[in-house]
Design a protein around this ligand. Structure first.
Ligand SMILES: Nc1ncnc2c1ncn2[C@@H]1O[C@H](COP(=O)(O)OP(=O)(O)OP(=O)(O)O)[C@@H](O)[C@H]1O
Ligand code: SF4
Ligand SMILES: [Mg+2]
Length: 330
């Protein structure tokens, strides 16, 4: 299998008191071996819960109710939705690692940096203490921590946000996982540090041959790090393709809106562009296209019938009636 991960027809619901509301619907995507997939969309579109479902990290009332999440490490395939907790413990951190927006979610304030990184090694390997120490030091050096000998004795509160994110990246990479899921890894950092961390992720990824899923609301981050992109809107994929398709043959009005917003940010001559309106409340989607209320190109059919995701050129799919002869029949 050329893909390290295949997500097929995934549904994530809120399951409460016999009622079920759908948050993520019929989502399918692949991550190529050594590939980089970006997931982009505004806040509340379902990016994080999709990532958490891959790692079986959803908790009540959220549940992945349908679909397959096939992880293939090159020798075996595992359906992550079915895997038991023993298997998941072995996979988390070793085969697949996650990096979150807020580094402190992955760190314990009561332990030194060395103790925390060594803990990952203790759990997954039989290395001796001195070997672990050597590896921790090597990894901190690789992620560009200055004076790693000194820093490894520090506690998290003694380090800046950028340094903490480097520590988290070193923890995520120390066992050379096959897949990294980075959920807004630079959002909490200032712009210069953000650029450094993205460069670091890119460098490490190519030297370790790791695949990555980069989740972000920022198309600039996608442009820096990804080969393939899926655009999420209101719990669905609305456009998918390679980076050229998404930026240069943009099809979906929502993606166009996201790109215009980024371009206007960088252009002092034009007014700042934002997509009017807001993402509809999860689970309360009206019939028809979920973007219709905010779309400047909406037609009659858009409010009546939901468009399917359809291929408009090889590997480039879009969910929009403009590409489906939608203006002719309501
Ligand atoms: N524990 C929960 N209980 C109920 N609803 C939830 C829960 N967690 C997330 N949701 C809902 O699921 C939807 C998707 O959330 P998710 O966190 O995946 O969004 P996101 O795309 O990652 O947004 P952001 O860019 O803000 O991180 C949101 O509408 C959110 O309110
Ligand atoms: S289907 Fe209609 S409303 Fe939805 S994005 Fe396309 S044109 Fe806009
Ligand atoms: Mg999120």
């Amino acid at each position: 299998m050329d893909n390290i991960l295949e997500v097929k027809n995934l549904n994530i619901d809120i399951v409460e008191n016999k009622s079920t509301k759908s948050l993520v619907e019929n989502v399918s995507f692949n991550v190529k071996r050594k590939g980089s997939l970006g997931i982009v969309g505004e806040s509340g579109c379902g990016k994080s819960i999709t990532a958490m479902s891959i790692m079986q990290l959803l908790s009540h009332p959220l549940k992945a109710t349908k679909g397959k999440i096939i992880f293939n490490d090159g020798s075996k395939s595992i359906d992550m939705r079915e895997a038991n907790s023993n298997i998941m413990r072995k996979i988390r951190g070793k085969e697949i690692s996650m990096i979150f927006q807020e580094p402190m979610t992955a760190l314990d304030p009561l332990f030194t940096i060395e103790e925390q990184i060594a803990e990952v090694l203790k759990f997954h390997t039989d290395l001796k203490k001195v070997e672990m120490k050597k590896l921790v030091l090597e990894m901190l050096t690789k992620v560009g921590i200055p004076q790693p000998q000194r820093i490894m004795k520090n506690y998290p509160h003694q380090l800046s946000g950028g340094m903490l994110q480097r520590v988290v990246i070193s923890m995520a990479l120390i066992l050379n996982p096959k897949l990294i899921i980075a959920d807004e890894p630079t959002t909490a950092l200032d712009v210069t540090i953000q650029a450094q961390i993205l460069e670091l992720i890119n460098d490490l990824r190519s030297s370790y041959d790791t695949s990555i899923i980069m989740i972000t609301h920022d198309l600039g981050v996608i442009a820096e790090t990804c080969e393939d992109v899926i655009v999420f809107y209101a719990g669905q994929i609305v456009e998918e393709g390679n980076i050229m398709d998404i930026f240069h043959n943009t099809s979906h009005p929502y993606t166009k809106g996201l790109i215009n917003a980024v371009r206007s940010l960088g252009d002092k001559e034009t007014e700042l562009f934002t997509i009017p309106g807001t993402v509809p409340v999860a689970g309360e989607f009206s019939k028809g296209c979920r973007f219709a209320e905010r779309c400047g190109e909406a037609m009659a059919i858009c409010r009546e019938k939901e468009p399917e995701l359809m291929e408009i050129s090889p590997g480039h799919n879009t969910r929009c009636w403009l590409y489906n002869g939608g203006d002719t029949n309501v």
